[in-house]
Design a protein around this ligand. Structure first.
Ligand code: IMP
Length: 198
């Protein structure tokens, strides 16, 4: 069985990736199975750079193909911020609630149609030789107050285009269908399926 190592400790992410790759015959391992791998600093200035840094650093230790991702929110009025700083947006001691409060403060009373934003996700597969890059985006707007409690991060403030509910109200099934991560994963699956046939 072919093995892939997921450079993440996030149970939700790992099980989402498993649900896509197990049917293709991959055995999935992750940082949860391998304690002792040091935290890898995200020193890049783009999602792609960060994902490549993580994938290579973990491959150098694990020596089986590694998947690493980086993702975040880009808000047009903030010229793409928080971007790669999405998790750390509100500074030392940042958490989802503080980040959301900070985002609402920065956007202030700006009208809804100017509060456009997108989630982006880049997944990199590194096998010692090649970096394969898979990307996904999801467009939406940042509403005025958090709504819903089913998500994480900026989900309660993000309403995807074509929906009247936030990611935190829509829940995982719908979110995974339309999200940045879902789209990046689907393009990874297409690549792996194609490789399987060659
Ligand atoms: P990471 O790529 O998992 O490190 O995510 C970076 C940060 O981007 C998270 O801490 C969240 O703040 C934000 N983020 C990424 N994806 C999502 C999402 O699907 N919903 C809400 N926030 C997200």
């Amino acid at each position: 069985m072919k093995k892939i190592f997921v450079a993440s400790k996030n149970k939700g992410k790992i099980s989402e990736i498993k649900s896509y790759l197990s049917p293709l015959g991959f055995e999935i391992f992750s940082l949860l199975d391998t304690p002792g791998i040091p935290e890898i600093e995200e020193t890049g200035t783009t999602f792609e750079e960060n994902a490549k840094i993580k994938a290579k650093a973990v491959f150098d230790i694990i020596k089986i193909p590694v998947l690493a991702d980086d993702s975040g929110l880009e808000v047009d009025l903030l010229e793409g911020r928080p971007g790669v700083f999405s998790a750390r947006y509100s500074g030392i001691g940042a958490n989802d609630e503080k980040n959301n409060t900070m985002l609402l403060a920065e956007l202030g009373e700006t009208e809804l149609n100017k509060r456009t934003a997108r989630f982006k996700c880049v997944i990199v597969m590194h096998d010692g030789l090649n970096n394969r890059v898979f990307e996904g985006e999801c467009e939406g707007i940042i509403i005025f107050q958090p709504r819903g409690n089913r998500g994480f991060g900026y989900d309660p403030l993000f309403m995807p285009v074509g929906y009247t509910k936030t990611f935190a109200e829509l829940g995982n099934d719908i979110k995974n269908e339309i999200s940045h991560r879902g789209k990046a994963l689907k393009s990874l699956v297409k690549f792996l399926e194609l490789e399987n046939t060659m």
